[in-house]
Write a protein that binds this ligand. Structure first.
Ligand code: ADP
Ligand code: MG
Length: 221
């Protein structure tokens, strides 16, 4: 009986994900269909309608490429990777995007330490978290990426000066398609959690004492 229950629970998770995907794709499709019909009827404001349709198509593109990432087989390309070099890579990638919003990404306490990991996957995690930090901040400020190392673990923290995370949505973070953003997919933290699990790393989220939140990754050594 227990086994059956576990199996049916697994089914329902797959079912939930499928329902989520269907929902997320159907909404933009419905909207595109509606605007197509308007255009077919020969209305004015064509430019505006094309733009909305493009937005919807881009949203579907984003969702499908993130879902593909989730469905990728678990590759195990693990090596000793320098934390500094991974952090520097992603910071130089995201710095221009941050500066457009007058946000400076600061690397605090760069230490030369190594972890055994899949470099591209951990970079993906860091990208997801720093991107969320940038997106959360609507006033100028700093995002601080810091690393602390002890004998047993390495902890990477990403601290932002955004509005913080309301208590009531905290437990929803990482649920497929949970997003509070107009153009969000709600898949970033799901992917992040999945990658961290594969690395036996733990994600903790803290409320900063002044403002914003800190996402902390703890890797075993
Ligand atoms: P997306 O970024 O597409 O919305 P994510 O899974 O990356 O999806 O994030 C889910 C939600 O978690 C976001 O929509 C936002 O509400 C919340 N969130 C994540 N990071 C932060 C942050 N640094 N500050 C405030 N809210 C955040
Ligand atoms: Mg995100």
């Amino acid at each position: 009986v227990e086994e059956l229950m576990i199996r049916s629970e697994k089914m329902s998770v797959a079912g939930q994900l499928a329902a989520g995907v269907a929902h997320e794709i159907r909404n933009p499709l419905t909207s595109i269909k509606g605007f197509m019909q308007l255009l077919q009827a020969g209305v004015s404001r064509k430019e505006e309608y094309y733009n909305i349709m493009l937005d919807e198509i881009e949203k579907m593109e984003k969702i499908t490429s993130e879902l593909l990432f989730l469905s990728k087989p678990v590759t195990d390309d693990r090596n000793e990777e320098s934390l500094n070099s991974m952090i520097e890579d992603i910071v130089s990638l995201l710095r221009p995007q941050a500066r457009m919003k007058n946000i400076e990404i600061v690397i605090d306490n760069p230490i030369s330490d190594y972890i055994t990991c899949d470099r591209s996957q951990i970079k993906q995690v860091l990208i997801n978290l720093v991107k969320n930090a940038i997106e959360a901040m609507d006033t100028p400020g700093e995002i601080i990426v810091s690393v602390v190392s002890s004998e047993t673990k390495v902890v990477i923290s990403i601290m932002d000066e955004g509005p913080g995370i309301p208590e009531d949505i905290l437990e929803k973070l990482g649920e497929p398609f949970f997003t509070t953003k107009k153009n969000g997919t709600g898949l970033g933290l799901l992917i992040t959690k999945q990658i961290l699990e594969r690395h036996n790393a733990v994600l903790s989220i803290f409320k900063n004492s002044d403002r914003g939140s800190t996402f902390q990754l703890s890797f075993p050594k």
